[in-house]
Design a protein around this ligand. Sequence first.
Ligand code: GDP
Ligand code: MG
Length: 164
Amino acid sequence: YKPLVAVVGRPNVGKSTLFNAIVKKRISIVEDIPGVTRDRIYFDAEWLGHEFTMIDTGGIEFIDSDSNIFTSMRYQAELAIHEADVILYVVDGKMGIQPQDQEIANILRSSGKPIILVVNKIDSIEQEVNIYEFYSLGLGDPIGVSAVNLMNLGDLLDQVLEYI
Ligand code: GDP
Ligand code: MG
């Protein structure tokens, strides 16, 4: 048994980029399950000798005509709440808070699971101020990272280790 760390967030916030940066491998398209497309969603990772399994819930997509972004995000959040030991809730520090961010935050908070609020796309020190508005999601201290520039990922993983 390895602890499970789930990555949850709206499309395009950088979940897959963060996932790839943490598992340090390029993930290829491997899933062949009807209704589930695109990314491989489970991968083993390690930080400072501690092993865990990452899940990219954004790799799960529905070919259901009724589904919209919010429905699929709520499903991702519920899957993460059910399966994960720690949830990385990823938001976009360039776009700022979006209407659905609060609703998903509420669902995650009420689960009682450990949640780390990850403000991605903080690509430079000057952009660090963009993290503050995310305090309003009520998930505690946000951590700013850049999945592309690999900034602050060590601090993020140190926080993950506190929960697993
Ligand atoms: P996902 O839909 O949440 O999995 O998002 P992706 O990982 O596919 O990334 C969506 C877009 O955001 C891509 O164009 C990425 O290159 C870009 N992106 C991801 N992380 C960062 C980041 O840290 N900084 C910036 N500037 N762009 C990023
Ligand atoms: Mg993705």
